[in-house]
Design a protein around this ligand. Structure first.
Ligand code: TTP
Ligand code: MG
Length: 418
């Protein structure tokens, strides 16, 4: 029986008062005080400010002189871009741990596609809460998340209960959640369009929905009217688009019988890591991030990721990361594994900006060995080789690490590297 298509689940995350919150984290004596990031003086503008300063009416992009007048007691800091970029990168790593499809929009904002990972919006909400918790635990920062069946609604949702918000907008709630908002919330409605609409008495989104057909087209033109009406109905088909850097390679497998024995799980990790690494070498790429996907017997799907200190195309390195993710970040709670996948993202050509990659002698040996293995496999087929010894490490001694759960003929041996 064909399964119903998976419901789309999109999350939008936007950090709260980002630069200001990072500064408060670095200097807790600033907590609770109105803090403005920006340069004072006649030519300065406000980058952002703490929520305490917002109570006085201070806003991003406001001239500093106005901000000084509104909130004379604020603390001012000039901002430290490199620190914010670092934090942003680490937050991105957290996001990569939850989905292979992450589209960064700005330094503190991103979309994640959880379709196929979250079964429905409620599950998406649970995962969004987990994302927020992980960012809070790791970075001591809060962000606001929106969960919805598409990008537009997810972005609207993340803004509704800032700071530290978590809002789900299912399609059914479009009339209550979206329609009361001002028309500016629709993508494509800038200040000029908003002004034109306002002149016609169209102030809130619900006014557009209720306008007689044809009226909007006369004001804005056919194309724009159609676009805005679709958004007003909560419709938006745009895909979450990870940049080139987020392209991924992965291998997963569903098991007829759930895996429960540690030896079998490790064997499966090894086989997937090996497949992914081989594909990387085939593509002539190295990867920065390793993903692990586990679906338990009761259909809970969890994905986790780890960014490597150096990009790799080696099964050993991918396997080590996958094992670590499995050991430290997956709680089976007695359940068996129905599906297991290993993937990599953050793909790039080797040698770009990583001079140390080839300086490590052991890595070079492993790579040479892997290349030879690839060649033999290509010539004689996969039964000619196994990855057993090559991949076995001390912590799997005693397990049946033959590198292949599907073909016993693969379980011959290769020289060990060490
Ligand atoms: P925003 O997400 O727009 O703002 P924010 O994170 O400070 O506050 P909010 O809780 O409302 O999301 O922008 C992210 C960062 O980008 C912000 O901390 C500072 C910087 N920024 C500027 O430098 N100038 C600007 O005009 C804006 C809007 C942001
Ligand atoms: Mg923000």
């Amino acid at each position: 029986m064909p399964r119903a298509p998976l419901p789309r689940v999109v999350v939008h995350l936007d950090m709260d008062a980002f630069y200001a919150s990072v500064e408060v984290r670095e200097d807790p004596s600033l907590r609770g005080r109105p803090l403005i990031i920006g340069h004072r003086g006649r030519r300065g503008v406000v980058s952002t400010c703490s929520y305490e300063a917002r109570r006085f009416g201070v806003r991003s992009a406001m001239p500093s002189v106005t901000a000084e007048r509104l909130c004379p007691d604020a603390v001012w800091l000039p901002g430290r871009m490199s620190l914010y970029v670092d934090v942003s990168r680490r937050i991105r790593e957290v996001l990569d741990g939850f989905s292979p499809l992450v589209e960064p929009l700005s330094i503190d904002e991103a979309f994640l596609d959880l379709t196929g990972i979250a079964h429905d919006l409620a599950d998406g909400r649970r995962i969004a809460a987990e994302i927020k918790r992980e960012i809070r635990d790791r970075e001591r920062l809060t962000g606001s998340a929106g969960v919805a069946p598409n990008k537009f609604l997810a972005k609207v949702a993340s803004d509704l209960e800032k700071p530290d918000g978590l809002v789900v907008i299912p399609l059914e709630e479009v009339p209550t959640r979206l329609w009361p908002l001002p028309v500016e919330r629709l993508w494509g409605v800038g200040p000029k369009t908003a002004e034109r609409l306002r002149e016609q008495g169209l102030v809130r989104i619900v006014d557009l929905v209720n306008a007689p057909s044809g009226r909007l087209a006369r004001i804005l033109g056919e194309g724009s009217a159609e676009h805005l009406l679709a958004l007003a109905q909560g419709r938006d088909d745009r895909a979450v688009q990870p940049g080139r850097e987020a392209k991924s390679i992965s291998e997963e497998r569903t098991y007829g019988e759930d895996l429960t024995r540690p030896a079998d799980i490790d064997k499966a990790l090894l086989a997937r890591a090996d497949g992914v690494a081989r594909e990387l070498r085939h593509e002539g790429l190295v990867a920065r991030t390793v993903h692990l996907k586990v679906r338990t017997g009761d259909f809970e799907t969890v994905t986790r990721a780890k960014t490597l200190s150096e990009p790799t195309d080696l099964a050993e390195v991918v396997l080590e990361a996958a094992r670590e993710l499995f050991r430290e970040r997956i709680a089976l709670k007695g359940r068996g594994i129905r599906l297991l996948g290993v993937g990599v993202s953050g793909l790039e050509a080797p040698g770009v900006g990583q001079p140390s990659l080839f300086s490590d002698e052991r890595q070079e040996k492993l790579r040479a060995l892997a290349r030879t293995a690839d060649e033999i496999r290509e010539k004689f087929g996969k039964a000619a080789l196994a990855r057993a010894r090559l991949l076995a490490t001390p912590n799997t001694t005693g397990t049946d690490a033959d590198g292949s759960e599907d073909d016993a003929a693969e379980a011959s041996s290769l020289p060990s590297v060490d």
